[in-house]
Design a protein around this ligand. Structure first.
Ligand code: SF4
Length: 353
């Protein structure tokens, strides 16, 4: 394999085809002497974990408008950050975002460390994110391996070992491709190639700058790579969500415990989520009525089906769980997606009452 030639061809392609991304300093700007802002690189990398570029753009704009640097984010109110994150999912990321921003300010004078090893000591920064920040923001020769890079590498080297066992092999191969010069641009070029040319279903090999080096293409198996072990089917869990509205329009909401699924997020009080019919767990004594329909949502490890019960709660209700959020302070957009679905179902039911 001609690693150097591959790297050269990839960077030449990146120089004219790099995606314009709001957190990116493109090759032309780099040549003009602009440097990436580690804060923006870090924020984008955390947001992009498990999420697409299209989904992240608006969130990134809102976050950087409200909190333009790490010091501003470190001082932010936890509830406001969780509310801005609502809908992006994997909420532990938002909690760690705050912890990390505060650690950068408290322990590093408000500047992100520049090496992968030092970045790894920060809350919520794992090997992938540390390598990405070090390579992209600091031009450290770190190898950055996300799903796109795994796919490109598996095809380029015709690796037939299935994922996840293939991960160490793919990382080692990707490391062989990582150049000493422009490692940040190389990492972003690999990601861009995977996102725009070497796509999961229909790789555009005809216009790929790496086609002449690609063993997967040469042997006609590129589209089948990377191979993957069969996934276990996800179990289904069931639960009840309680949408209570006080006579003055205030909504009965509950902040979920810091640890666990949707940790720290606002939501409707509810039962446990179990694989058998859940026991009712109303948050206040009232005439709760089950409404027609159900909410379906899929988390990483299970499907969830929620039935929804609603009640009008009298003034003076003293709930056993949760607290009332006044009508004009309530924004459905502050809720995580599954809780927003509950809100939407309950709202439709009220409208058709
Ligand atoms: S030639 Fe095809 S399979 Fe190989 S890297 Fe390019 S797009 Fe991917």
């Amino acid at each position: 394999m001609r690693e150097k030639e591959i790297g050269t061809a990839l960077l030449a392609w990146y120089d004219s085809h790099a995606r314009a991304l709001p957190w990116r300093i493109g090759p032309a700007e780099r040549r003009a002497g602009h440097r990436p802002d580690p804060y923006r690189v870090w924020l984008s990398e955390v947001m992009l974990q498990q999420t697409t570029v299209a989904a992240v753009r608006d969130y990134f704009h809102r976050f950087t408008s409200r909190w333009p640097d790490v010091a501003a984010l470190a001082e932010a109110d936890d509830g406001e950050v969780m509310a801005e994150w609502a809908g992006l999912g994997y909420y532990a990321r938002a909690r760690n975002l705050l912890k990390c921003a505060r650690a950068v300010v408290a322990d590093h004078d408000g500047r992100f460390p520049e090496t992968s090893a030092a970045l790894l000591t920060l809350p919520g920064i794992g090997p992938y994110t540390a390598a990405a920040i070090a390579a992209i923001a600091c031009d450290e020769p770190e190898t950055v391996v996300d799903g796109n890079v795994e796919r490109v590498t598996a095809r380029l080297f015709a690796v037939e070992t299935p994922l996840p066992p293939a991960k160490p092999e793919l990382t080692a191969l990707a490391r062989r491709l990582t150049p000493e010069t422009r490692p940040g641009d190389h990492a972003q070029a690999m990601m861009d190639l995977g996102a725009t040319i070497c796509t999961p279903r229909n790789p555009a090999c005809g216009i790929c700058p790496l086609r002449s080096f690609c063993a997967g293409h040469a042997s006609g198996i590129a589209t089948d790579l990377p191979r993957k072990l069969a996934k276990k089917p996800k179990p289904t869990r069931f639960g009840i969500a309680y949408v209570g509205t006080r006579e003055d329009g205030a909504a009965l909401l509950e902040r979920r415990p810091e640890r666990g699924l949707l940790g720290g997020m606002l939501g409707w009080p509810g039962s446990d989520w179990a694989e058998t019919a859940p026991a009712p767990a109303p948050p206040a004594a009232a005439d709760w009525q089950e409404i027609a329909g159900e909410v379906r949502h899929t988390f990483t490890h299970f499907h969830l089906i929620l039935t929804v019960r609603t009640a009008r709660l009298p003034e003076g209700t003293n709930p056993e769980r949760g607290h009332f959020v006044p009508r004009d302070a309530f924004r459905a957009a502050d809720l995580p997606t599954v809780m927003r679905k509950v809100h939407d179902l309950a709202s439709r039911a009220f409208l058709t009452d």
